[in-house]
Design a protein around this ligand. Structure first.
Ligand code: NAD
Length: 381
């Protein structure tokens, strides 16, 4: 046992050194300037399971919305192959090197969900991409207009429980994982959230942790967020624990008072799915992963393996990936196209609802919904 403890201590030392190095690089990094590129390249990644089916519909919609720009050559929709579970397993790489190189040749990505096997050592493609592209802010808007709910979640995307999630230690009868919070990593997510709040006229920012239990890591996260908050004196800044905040979101008496949330990685992962469900299901929300150089836009849900097993893949709902496409259009400065897509989604999913996708044979297929949305777009000037 002693030898095993020694090995674990050595492993821990190596992790500490590596993470200190990462923190130092973040401290020293000035925000990377985007080089002005005459052409915006949007990488389109299908992913696994229902991914290629829903991404295909989103690509059809983007082709229609951006037809003029594509024809002029100022924007390219570039399919990127190889981010499949088969290829990733065969290569033993979360994101195979040539796929990552292709992705780095794009400005932004529209990505379908990817499978993460339980157990084993293959890391989640998303976690690897967030790290490789330094996508530190996971931003998810959630709206329930009839209740006045308009939330924006800023989930820290590169640290917390996910930084070393595949590199814990296991001794006979015991397993330990590690959670990492850095000053620099927290500062940049807090800055992104407060800047968003200021630019969008928001007044309330909730810092959500479990700092009463995770005293070192969540304690630091909260303290650094408060430090950043000093630059935004107009904001009402509140500390909440994740457990009570999870309850708050299902409490109609108070939930509309919240506006912007800042959370460490794991709590953000969980609570944003809860929030999406309140809006109408994980199929109805999109998500943005933002860094200083790259950005990636995704559906909130996963690959829906059971739908594929049951032969229901064609009945997958593309709404979530279309909402992600809308976020992407805004991010790359195509506000008009984003607004048009938003309007068409409102008509197709909220008001007119002539074609409803239910996720099974009782509803429309993904393609039928895509056709409906494309027709609706044509009616909008
Ligand atoms: P899931 O989101 O795939 O499925 C949860 C439930 O929602 C299932 O009942 C599914 O049928 C349904 N569902 C999901 N998307 C739907 C859609 N577009 N239309 C209709 N119904 C839909 O979650 P899971 O089962 O926990 O995960 C499955 C796989 O997806 C896992 O390998 C997981 O790692 C992966 N995953 C990937 C991402 C990502 O790449 N961003 C996110 C979450 C999960």
């Amino acid at each position: 046992m002693n030898a095993q403890i020694e090995r674990a201590v050595e492993h821990f030392r190596a992790l500490l050194e590596e993470q200190l190095g990462r923190a130092e690089r973040m401290e020293n990094a000035s925000a990377q300037e985007k080089t002005a590129n005459p052409k915006t390249v949007v990488g389109v990644v299908g992913g696994d399971g229902i991914g290629p089916i829903i991404v295909n519909e989103a690509a059809r919609v983007l082709e229609a919305l951006l037809a003029d720009e594509i024809a002029r050559g100022t924007l390219e929709l570039r399919p990127i192959d190889g981010l499949t579970i088969e290829n990733r397993l065969a290569r033993g790489e979360a994101v195979p090197a040539e796929v990552l190189a292709a992705i780095k040749g794009c400005d932004v990505l529209l990505k379908g969900p990817t499978t993460t096997p339980k157990g084993g050592t293959l890391e989640s493609a998303n976690v690897a991409l967030r790290r490789a592209l330094d996508l530190y802010a996971n931003v998810r808007p959630v709206r329930i207009p009839e209740e006045g709910v308009d939330w924006t979640f800023f989930r820290e995307n590169t640290e917390g429980e996910y930084a070393l999630g595949s590199r814990g230690v296991e001794l006979p009868g015991l397993a330990m994982d590690f959670k990492v919070i850095t000053d620099a990593g927290t500062r940049r997510i807090a800055r992104a959230a407060f800047e968003f709040a200021r630019k969008n006229g928001k007044k309330n920012v909730a810092i959500v942790t479990k700092a009463n239990i995770m005293k070192k890591t969540d304690g630091k996260f909260s303290a650094i967020c408060h430090e950043v908050a000093k630059d935004y004196p107009e904001m009402e800044v509140e500390d909440w624990y994740i457990d009570i905040m999870t309850a708050n979101l299902v409490n109609p008496a108070i939930r509309s008072r919240f506006e912007v949330f800042i959370l460490p990685n794991l709590y953000g992962d969980i609570i944003t799915d809860e929030a999406a469900q309140l809006q109408g299901g994980v199929g109805t929300a999109g998500s943005a992963n933002l860094g200083d150089r790259y950005a990636m836009f995704e559906a909130v849900h996963g690959t829906a393996p059971r739908m594929i097993e049951e032969g229901l893949g064609d009945y997958a709902n593309p709404e979530s990936i279309l909402r992600a496409a809308q976020l992407m259009l805004n991010h790359i400065g195509r506000a008009e196209a984003a607004a048009k897509l938003g309007k068409a989604l409102e008509i197709c999913c909220e008001t007119e609802k002539k074609v409803a996708v239910t996720g099974d044979r009782s509803g429309a297929t993904c393609r039928e919904f895509g056709d409906y949305l494309l027709k609706t777009l044509q009616t909008l000037s």
